[in-house]
Ligand binder design. Structure first.
Ligand code: SF4
Length: 466
């Protein structure tokens, strides 16, 4: 589902069944996260703060830790590449495939590969690229976009998925979840065997050992790198952590924050390609570190967003995300993290996404659940200031001017008149007021019944009765 609409207009038009799926799916994850964290830790907040400090320390010293990770990876037998842009990363992947005469790639879930639109790029260049994570596979069959970082099809119910499978020729309509997964499994098993290259992401990379930590719940990443000769790991430069033992903190928080599990079902540590000491695995391993604006973010007032470990907890708790779904954010990363990150990753196209940080009530819930304690509300406010400084005007139709609002609030006579007018609005349709800004505003919204105007009387009576 692709849209250019602003978030509020998109949310207004969202079919009720999608809103229901997103709300139920995200709330369930939020509840499980809370139970899991409070049952496991006496002071979950202290661990969040520690994880935030580990990630922030890494960012402050990123060149040093990245250098160390590259040295260790190369020492372990991997070939390391640096991609400045998404296009560079795509080209490097294509070049690797051509170097081993490959035209078929199978991949596990990787938000970075979504960010660079890898599948479309490979298809255009005559290569097949198949998603092996079930949710991502369904997104691919539908030519859709993921609407959540962790659960890409949170917006779909099983009837819609059964329709997708039927259209894709994977059997007659059947919405039994076991049948759906069995059909996906039997289709994908062949794809694992046919593929010449397997691509994964990487949740963390240890600068101490070059070890890549990779988590999945379906075990598909293992298959991606077991059945073929070449493994490519595509990883954002911010995924480095100083030591192996830091993984104990971060993996504990990632699983609980993402899905409420104690530990993700499959947690792999990949040291390098196969060797005498490690006879199983691919013959070649390539690690691509992707920058794609991350260095610029690191030098900006938004650098804390690079602590993100892509758990999705801020999406699950966000009242705006729950009502609007991930597609409303018009970019790969939705929810509060996306509202901060997407305008930054857009580079020169920043103004196109400058309205996203306004889609927040600034309630602070996203910061409270973030396992690496990112000050998301603060970053959203910094974005709003930046847009104002740079004169970017991208507001929904009819958004009232704050200067006008300020005059209204600070002039008692005008305020009293507006209260009287407010009462009258119960009987008048806004569409009938011949002011274009009012009509544009009314097109997007409806007014609730007026309930104000009683405070002054209440206060006067209270003074009298004292
Ligand atoms: S910003 Fe925090 S809560 Fe949101 S996805 Fe990233 S790590 Fe998770």
């Amino acid at each position: 589902m692709k849209t250019k609409q602003p978030i509020d207009a998109f949310a207004r038009d969202l079919p009720p069944e999608i809103r229901e799926s997103v709300y139920v799916g995200s709330k369930a994850k939020y509840d499980k996260r809370l139970d899991s964290l409070t049952q496991s830790f006496a002071a979950p907040d202290d661990i969040r703060k520690l994880a935030g400090q580990i990630k922030q320390h890494t960012l402050e010293n990123l060149p040093e830790y990245l250098g160390s990770a590259i040295e260790k990876l190369e020492g372990n037998g991997a070939k390391v590449h640096y991609a400045k842009t998404g296009d560079d990363a795509n080209q490097i992947i294509l070049d690797i495939m051509r170097s081993v005469n490959a035209t078929k790639l199978i991949k596990s879930k990787s938000m970075v590969s979504e960010e660079i639109h890898l599948n479309k790029f490979l298809e255009k260049n005559g290569c097949e690229s198949i998603e092996s994570d079930l949710g991502e596979f369904i997104v691919q069959l539908d030519d859709d976009m993921p609407s959540h970082i962790v659960t890409p099809i949170v917006h779909k119910n099983r009837k819609q998925i059964a329709n997708t499978f039927e259209k894709a020729g994977l059997g007659d309509y059947n919405d039994d979840p076991q049948t759906i997964t069995r059909r996906a499994r039997s289709f994908l098993r062949n794809k694992y065997i046919e593929a010449e290259v397997g691509l994964t992401g990487g949740n963390f990379v240890s600068a101490e050992t070059g070890r890549i930590a990779l988590v999945t719940n379906e075990g598909n990443a293992r298959f991606c790198i077991s059945a073929n000769k070449t493994h490519i790991a595509l990883i954002g430069i911010e995924k480095v952590v100083p030591r192996d033992k830091d993984l104990a903190v971060l993996l504990n928080l990632l699983a609980r924050s993402a899905t409420g599990q104690q530990l993700t079902v499959y947690t792999q540590f990949i040291n390098g390609p196969k060797s005498e000491a490690q006879p199983d695995g691919p013959e070649n391993m390539h690690v691509i570190f992707l920058d794609n604006e991350r260095s610029n973010i690191l030098g900006s007032e938004f650098k804390e967003i690079l602590r993100c470990i892509r758990c999705g907890a801020c999406l699950n708790v966000c009242p705006i995300y729950r009502q609007s779904s991930g597609h409303a954010y018009r970019a790969v990363y939705p929810g509060p993290v996306g509202a901060v990150l997407s305008p930054l990753l857009a580079g020169k196209r920043y103004p196109e996404y400058a309205d996203l940080p306004k889609a927040s009530s600034l309630c602070g819930a996203c910061n409270e659940v973030c396992p690496v304690d990112i000050p998301l509300p603060e970053l959203l406010l910094r974005h709003r200031n930046k847009a104002k400084r740079e004169g970017i005007k991208k507001a929904s139709a009819g958004t009232p001017s704050m200067a006008g609002w300020s005059v209204l609030c600070s002039t008692p006579a005008m305020w009293k008149t507006s209260l009287r007018a407010g009462k009258a609005m119960d009987y008048i349709s806004l569409n009938l007021i011949p002011v274009p800004a009012v009509q544009a505003w009314a097109k997007e919204r409806s007014l609730p019944p007026f309930r104000g105007g009683k405070f002054r009387k209440w206060f006067k009576d209270r003074q009298k009765n004292k």
